[in-house]
Ligand binder design. Structure first.
Ligand code: SAH
Length: 256
């Protein structure tokens, strides 16, 4: 079973580069995902291949017309029975890791990319979900579509070679990831924490968990409220709240 994306856009070339690199390219080659761009202009009828028009009621800018989008959708329905349709919108459901997980379990996904001032409201009748990648305004839905596809594709089974890299990613268990180091052991006076070179895997796992909790507390405390924390996690957090380091936790230093 592979996931298929149908991306409805006025700039299909935008996605060529995206398809040619890294994990996304690998997933395509492995047959885990297909990304088909649907050029909106192919579904216009006039000789100028017009996709936009002025806004009723006045105001600046243009809107994507409904007809080409509905025709593109009709075409997709001839090759996909039950596609899940999303449209990029700044007021949509905020995209996050859970949303990516949901999408990675679908079969066919249509992404309609808005442009100009957006799309005619009637397009919403064929849309299952409006999706935003954050509280800022892009000039079009295409960058958002690549963000959505990239984070979804890397969750597909067997796409990442080291299976564990999924489980150690930030957000995978509701916490941020721990800090990592590679060689050399000392660089410009900055040393790799000794515990990581100790070969003591149990100790390393404890250190990493402590750092995960510390980073999440410092950078995204809101995530701690929803995270599934063990008794040991809570014990570590008590040290972290008091500004104590890993050594103090390890020694079981008294804290009140
Ligand atoms: N006039 C609109 C903004 C249009 S921006 C407004 O006032 O909100 C043009 C297009 O870019 C949008 O139709 C949408 O498809 C896309 N876009 C802009 N910001 C986005 C965001 N944060 N997330 C997802 N898509 C976005």
């Amino acid at each position: 079973m592979s996931l298929r994306f149908f991306v409805v856009t006025i700039f299909p070339d935008f996605f060529e580069c995206f398809k040619n690199f890294g994990i996304v390219n690998k997933a395509i080659k492995l047959g885990k995902v297909q990304i088909q761009t649907i050029n909106l202009r192919d579904f216009t009828e006039d000789k100028h291949r017009t996709v936009d028009d002025v806004v009723y009621g006045g105001g600046p800018g243009m809107l994507l017309k409904p007809e080409p989008i509905f025709k593109a959708y009709d075409y997709i329905k001839t090759v996909s029975k039950n596609p899940y349709v999303i449209i990029t919108e700044p007021w949509g459901r905020k995209f996050d890791q859970n949303f990516a997980k949901e999408l990675s379990q679908k079969e066919d996904i249509v992404i309609i990319c808005g442009r100009y001032e957006g799309v005619d409201e009637r397009v919403k009748t064929i849309v299952d979900e409006e999706v935003s990648i954050g509280d800022f305004i892009l000039s079009g839905g295409e960058p958002a579509a690549t963000v959505i596809m990239d984070s979804t594709i890397r969750l597909l089974p067997d796409v990442l070679s080291e299976k564990e890299s999924l489980t150690v990613d930030s957000f995978s268990d509701g916490l941020l990831g721990y800090p990592n180091y590679t060689r050399p052991p000392e660089f410009r006076g900055m040393k790799v924490p000794e515990v990581l070179m100790s070969g003591n895997h149990k100790l390393i796992a404890l250190w990493r968990r402590f750092q995960q909790l510390k980073k999440t507390y410092e950078k995204r405390p809101d995530l701690l409220e929803k995270a599934n924390l063990s008794v040991e996690d809570k014990k570590m957090l008590n040290y972290i709240y008091k500004g104590k380091d890993f050594e103090a936790y390890l020694k079981g230093e008294k804290i009140d």
